[in-house]
Design a protein. Structure first.
Length: 647
């Protein structure tokens, strides 16, 4: 653990929304009287009908219920677009930077308004009504923002599916959300290569019971795609038929805004449901304070809109605050490894928010590709998605930020809607590798396995003791699963699934997942999902998947596979299995290493002992612990002997 401490630069404590004293004061107030704190901050958005009740939440076993501002009405698109028109109609809302550096454009708030209205009218023309789910499977193009805001405008519930997911994954999300309509593009474009989005939708269609009702296709590359009459329509044809005016529907604060599927330790991905007002208030206030957003700032979050970071911190938080948000279609290494820094110079970016995996991979190329760019506009750096190791933190700080820019290491989850543990740049002394302190209204606690609350410096499981407005409300269609997953481990607390250490200064150091979720390049993956993809292959009898430390990805995917009788291990089969998983789930789930094993370590009751598999994958087989309860202790020797080389 790093011992270095970086003080808050005085320029920051002087000008920021919160210096340390202000943070302490606001934090104390938010904990002492959440009703009052959130009652005041609810006013940062426009309401059609003001709320009179602020907080009505319960984490009580079997009765979990979360409601914020429940009698107020508002509309998210109105707040992200319309209400800015009077003051900043001509200000840039979105800077779009294409995969190809020659392609970029700016969209003003006025233009955004017209585009969102048109998109909303197209959805309406195809029968979309308030409460209907719309699946969005788009690349990082402005239409993704238009489509999401269009849904919000008419009260439809969007379910964005990351463009890297396979037809199978897409189909199960369409089915689970019961979406009648899918919005996609002909093809995506990343790193100069096309992604066959429309083709994937066609394949998904065959797997969805009853098929997809309507597919709206945005033309991105102009690539040749098959259009099925009666089902597929071109967005540009439809948009030409509708008006650029569409009223924003009055929504209850607790009406659903979106679903976003995320991996857990068991079963298939669950539809995390976020609602309207609390989510918007929370993403707006965190965007303002964590990124110390001031009018005129150019803000860039490199996430994909297919992940929660893209929802909350490319789109909703920034636009609720009337910010200029940059949306990047490409990848960090195309056309050159300097791309991120070139984009920063091109658009004079002030705040840059990315993932540790990107930092680590760029670190590998040395300082020169960074140093040859100016980055003079940069003031603040952010990190999200996985723990950032102190080495990567220091490099980010020294090389990218020229020792001038604070780094906000923001810990949060799809479920939390927005950032929960984070430094504030004008308030918090930084320790590389620590997400530092809780945001306003957040009550983190560290518990031991028995549920005892640990005090002072300690390490254990991270829970949150009370609700905050951005919290997910339920698992779509399965409230019981919501309660079982997050509120059954410890009574009356939200269980995050993460472990954390707390140091003597009260700083939090997230140590990673304590469940069977692995984090590959900042992407969440349930080991059970990869296992079920593997066992679907006819040659595979059994599979167990664990994570192992990976220099760039944070964690890599290590799969132990036992074959059906009569099948024998081979390099070809190994490749085939990797391709098979990619095809079933998507490239992000590709196993990095596959070990063929004659048997897996099991207890006498038949439970796979993952602890042992994890240790072997981590090369820590000296510390396997007690193996005497194994049905056949000899399998362990074989596993150790045939373990896969990490380099
Ligand atoms: C926003 C997002 C959530 C999981 C979370 C944790 C890990 C995210 C982190 C971090 C350490 C940080 N995580 N941010 N770990 N430090 N700053 O990433 O959501 O995709 O749902 O992943 O990611 O393990 O539980 P999501």
């Amino acid at each position: 653990m790093s011992e270095t401490i970086y003080d808050v630069p005085s320029a920051w404590s002087d000008k920021a929304w919160a210096n340390d004293a202000r943070y302490q004061e606001m934090y104390a107030a938010s904990i002492k009287d959440p009703e009052k704190f959130w009652g005041e901050h609810g006013k940062r958005i426009d309401w059609f009908k003001p709320y009179t009740r602020v907080k009505n939440t319960s984490f009580e076993p079997g009765k979990v219920s979360i409601k914020w501002y429940e009698d107020g009405t508002t509309n998210v698109a109105h707040n992200c677009v319309d209400r800015h028109l009077a003051k900043r109609g001509d200000q840039t809302a979105i800077i779009w930077e294409g995969d190809n550096p020659a392609e970029s454009k700016v969209i003003t708030y006025r233009e955004l308004h017209a585009e969102v209205c048109k998109f909303a009218n197209v959805l309406k023309a195809h029968g979309v009504e308030k409460g209907d789910r719309v699946t969005i499977y788009l690349p990082m193009i402005p239409e993704a923002a238009y489509a999401m805001l269009a849904c919000a405008r008419i009260g439809a519930v969007h379910s964005v599916v990351f463009g890297g997911f396979s037809p199978d994954s897409l189909a199960s999300r369409i089915e689970d959300s019961d979406s009648k309509i899918v919005v996609t593009a002909d093809e995506g474009l990343r790193g100069g290569r096309t992604v066959p989005l429309k083709k994937n939708v066609d394949s998904a269609n065959d797997k969805v019971k009853g098929g997809i009702g309507t597919v709206i296709v945005v033309r991105r590359t102009g690539g040749n795609v098959a259009m099925q009459a009666g089902r597929d329509v071109w967005y540009h044809d439809e948009a030409a038929k509708v008006s650029a005016d569409c009223p924003a529907v009055e929504m209850n604060a607790e009406d659903p805004l979106f679903l976003l599927y995320t991996s857990g330790s068991t079963g298939k991905p669950k539809g995390v449901l976020h609602t309207t007002a609390g989510y918007l208030v929370y993403t707006a206030i965190t965007h303002q304070y964590v990124f110390d957003y001031h009018d005129g700032d150019i803000y860039w979050c490199t996430a994909d809109v297919g992940w929660v970071t893209g929802h909350s911190y490319i789109l909703y938080g920034p636009l609720a605050n009337g910010a200029t948000t940059l949306m990047f279609e490409g990848i960090p290494t195309y056309p050159s490894i300097s791309r991120f820094w070139e984009v920063i110079d091109k658009h004079k970016v002030n705040t840059f928010y990315t993932a540790p995996t990107a930092i680590r991979s760029l670190m590998g190329a040395g300082e020169e590709p960074v140093k040859k760019t100016s980055r003079a506009s940069l003031r603040l750096l952010g990190s999200v998605g996985e723990p950032i190791n102190p080495e990567a933190w220091e490099w980010y700080h020294r090389v990218v930020g020229d020792r001038r820019c604070p780094i906000v290491d923001t810990w949060w989850q799809t479920e939390t809607g927005g950032i929960l543990i984070t430094p504030l740049p004008g308030a918090t002394r930084l320790k590389p590798g620590s997400a530092t302190r809780p945001f306003f209204g957040i009550r983190p606690e560290i518990l031991d396995a028995e549920g005892k609350v640990l005090e002072g410096a300690c390490e254990g499981n991270l829970v949150i003791a009370d609700s905050w407005p951005g919290q997910m409300r339920t698992v779509y269609g399965d409230h019981q699963r919501f309660m079982d997953t997050y509120f059954a481990t410890y009574a009356n607390k939200y269980f995050t699934g993460d472990g954390s250490r707390r140091d003597a200064d009260g700083y939090y150091w997230i140590t990673g997942r304590v469940d069977d979720v692995i984090n590959v390049s900042g992407h969440r993956m349930g080991t059970a999902e990869v296992e079920s993809a593997l066992v679907a292959h006819p040659s595979v009898s059994e599979a167990a998947v664990v994570g192992y430390p990976h220099d760039i990805k944070g964690q890599g995917i290590y799969a132990y596979v036992t074959l059906m009788t009569g099948e024998s291990p081979s390099e070809d089969l190994r490749k085939e299995l990797v391709a098979y998983v990619r095809n079933e789930i998507g490239p992000i789930a590709s196993p990095d290493l596959i070990q063929f094993a004659p048997g897996l370590p099991k207890t006498r009751s038949g439970k796979i002992m993952r602890r042992i598999l994890r240790k072997i994958a981590e090369d820590e087989f000296g510390a396997l612990g007690d193996t005497s309860t194994l049905a056949d202790p000899a399998v362990v020797d074989d596993l150790i002997e045939n373990r896969q080389n990490k380099r």
